[in-house]
Design a protein around this ligand. Structure first.
Ligand code: AMP
Length: 174
C-alpha cells in the first residue's frame, strides 16, 4: 500500500486497492460492503465474484486508460486468470508484477504498528496470523502463475520506505 501510493505519484497513474474499495463499501454499509466485512474481519478472502465486479468497473473506467497500479489484487489464481482475460479483451495485459519480499516477523511488526495508527479492525494478532496462512495457501501460487509469463521482479522489502521506492523505480527503469 505504501509503495503503491508512491509509485502512483511517480508514474502519474492511479492506484486501485481492492482492500480500500471494500473498506469504503463496508463503511457505507452497502450490501456488498456488509457481505465483504464478514470475511475481512476473519482474515479471509472476499469471494472472487465480488472482487471481479469491483475490478471490472475500475479497469474499464476512463481514468484507467494509461494503466493502473493494482494493490492487493489479484489474491487468487482465479482472480489472476479473470483479470488476464478482462485486460486481453481490451488489447491490454499485466506488464509487471512486483514481489516485495519482507520477512514474516517484520510483516507482523508493521501490521501491528499500522493497527495502532489506523485502527484497522483486521490488524489484530489473530487476524494477521490467519491472513498469513491465507497468503501462503491462496496467494503465493500466483508467483508461479506470473513467473511463467516472465513478468515478476522480486524487490527486497527491507530498509527504509525511500530505499524500497528507489529499488522499485529502478526495476521499472524510472
Ligand atoms: P488489504 O487492504 O489488501 O490488506 O485487504 C484487506 C482485506 O480485504 C483482506 O484480508 C481480504 O479480506 C479483503 N481483500 C482485499 N483485496 C482482496 C482480493 N483481491 N481478494 C479477496 N479479498 C480481498
Amino acid at each position: 500500500g505504501t509503495q503503491g501510493a508512491l509509485l502512483s505519484t511517480r508514474l502519474a497513474i492511479p492506484k486501485i486497492a481492492t482492500g480500500d474499495l471494500l473498506r469504503a463499501a463496508a463503511r457505507d454499509g452497502t450490501p456488498l460492503g456488509r457481505k465483504a466485512k464478514t470475511y475481512m474481519e476473519q482474515g479471509l478472502l472476499v469471494p472472487d465474484e465480488i472482487i471481479m465486479g469491483l475490478i471490472e468497473e475500475v479497469v474499464t473506467s476512463p481514468g484507467a486508460r494509461n494503466g493502473v497500479i493494482m494493490d492487493g489484487f489479484p489474491r487468487t489464481v482465479p482472480q489472476a486468470v479473470a483479470v488476464d482475460r478482462l485486460l486481453a479483451a481490451g488489447g491490454r495485459r499485466v506488464d509487471h508484477v512486483l514481489l516485495i519480499d519482507v520477512p514474516e516477523e517484520e510483516l507482523v511488526r508493521r501490521m501491528l504498528g499500522r493497527a495502532a495508527q489506523e485502527g484497522r479492525s483486521d490488524d489484530t494478532p489473530e487476524t494477521i496470523r490467519q491472513r498469513l496462512v491465507v497468503f501462503r495457501e491462496q496467494t503465493e501460487p500466483l508467483i508461479a502463475h506470473y513467473r511463467a509469463q516472465g513478468i515478476v521482479t522480486a524487490i527486497p522489502g527491507t530498509g527504509t520506505v525511500r530505499e524500497i521506492a528507489d529499488r522499485i523505480a529502478a526495476s521499472l527503469g524510472r
